[in-house]
Design a protein around this ligand. Structure first.
Ligand code: SAM
Length: 287
């Protein structure tokens, strides 16, 4: 099977298999060789690595991953793509195709089964409609993952990197920055895909910290507070923690005073370290 990474081969595979794009699965297939080679290079895969790919499509990136890695486990939801993948990847004996919704998969089990529980590298051109749950799921599963190199909507890549006080700053920024060091590798225009998405894209690499730069007694509780704070971002922290996380207002006032912060502050002004301190101070209200 020849390399799929160009418009002609991609169109040919689609036509030969009478494949119909499903909008609900966020299907935009990569057709640009430079972008693909940049993803492979920046993910720093070696022949020692096991790679987890999410959403292989017709297998364009999977082929390149198979060339670079020791083993590739790739998870695709669309049953119409499974026989296509079996054909486009038949030259490789180091790939496992899993037909599943990645959000329903137990990642710890998969990594245990295919890489003896050792850290894997995640590489993907993600379906944009579920980017945030996928990224949050990868982190919150606490599965052994060394790095995540993914194509996402440009706006989402910006959110992952943004800092307090900016409009893009939110729960996703804090989660990404608690668990990893984000770095935008490349901006990617719509004409690098078939069909073209309506938005610009970016490749971002999230290098997982062995230990987070911020320490907190209970990170689940911290993220519960963060979600409450940004669930109602126009409200003051005092009000959003009261309605969204059940924290009494006088307790939040006391914690904010201890931290020398204003009672009228909003969540979007707090740094990750300040959320960690707040969570520790409000531990007794954890539910
Ligand atoms: N990797 C291919 C490429 O670069 O050409 C396809 C990328 S396309 C943006 C996203 C892929 O994710 C599609 O193949 C789609 O069917 C698949 N997908 C969508 N939702 C999924 C889910 N919940 N679990 C697994 N795969 C999913």
């Amino acid at each position: 099977m020849s390399k799929l990474i160009n418009p002609q081969e991609t169109i040919q595979v689609i036509q030969q298999n009478d494949f119909r794009f499903q909008k609900r699965f966020g299907q935009n297939f990569l057709i640009d060789e430079n972008v693909l080679s940049n993803i492979i290079t920046s993910s720093e895969i070696t022949k020692d690595d096991c790679v987890l790919e999410i959403g292989p499509g017709i297998g364009t990136m999977t082929q390149a991953l198979c060339e670079a890695a020791r083993h590739v486990v790739t998870v695709e939801i669309d049953s119409n793509l499974i026989p296509i993948l079996q054909n486009t990847l038949k030259a490789y004996d180091n790939v496992t195709i899993i037909h599943s919704d990645v959000l329903k998969l137990d990642l710890n089990d998969v990594i245990q089964k295919y890489n003896d529980g050792k850290p894997v590298k995640v590489v993907a051109n993600l379906p944009y409609y579920i980017t945030t749950p996928i990224i949050m799921g990868l982190f919150e599963s606490h599965a052994p993952i060394r790095s995540i190199t993914v194509m996402v909507q440009k706006e989402v890549a910006d959110r992952m990197q943004s800092l307090p006080g900016t409009k893009d700053y939110g729960a996703l920024s804090l989660a990404v920055q608690y668990y990893s060091k984000p770095e935008i590798i490349q901006l990617v225009p719509p004409n690098c895909f078939i069909p073209r998405p309506n938005v610009g894209s970016a490749v971002i690499r999230l290098l997982r910290y062995p230990e987070s730069p911020v320490s907190v007694s209970d990170d689940r509780w911290m993220f519960q507070l963060i979600k409450a704070a940004f669930g109602q971002r126009r409200k003051t922290l005092l009000n959003s923690l009261s309605s969204g996380a059940g924290v009494p207002k006088d307790a939040t006032i006391k914690a904010l005073q201890n931290m020398q912060l204003s009672e009228t502050i909003r969540g979007e002004a707090l740094t990750l370290a300040q959320f960690a301190e707040l969570a520790d101070q409000l531990m007794e209200y954890k539910n």
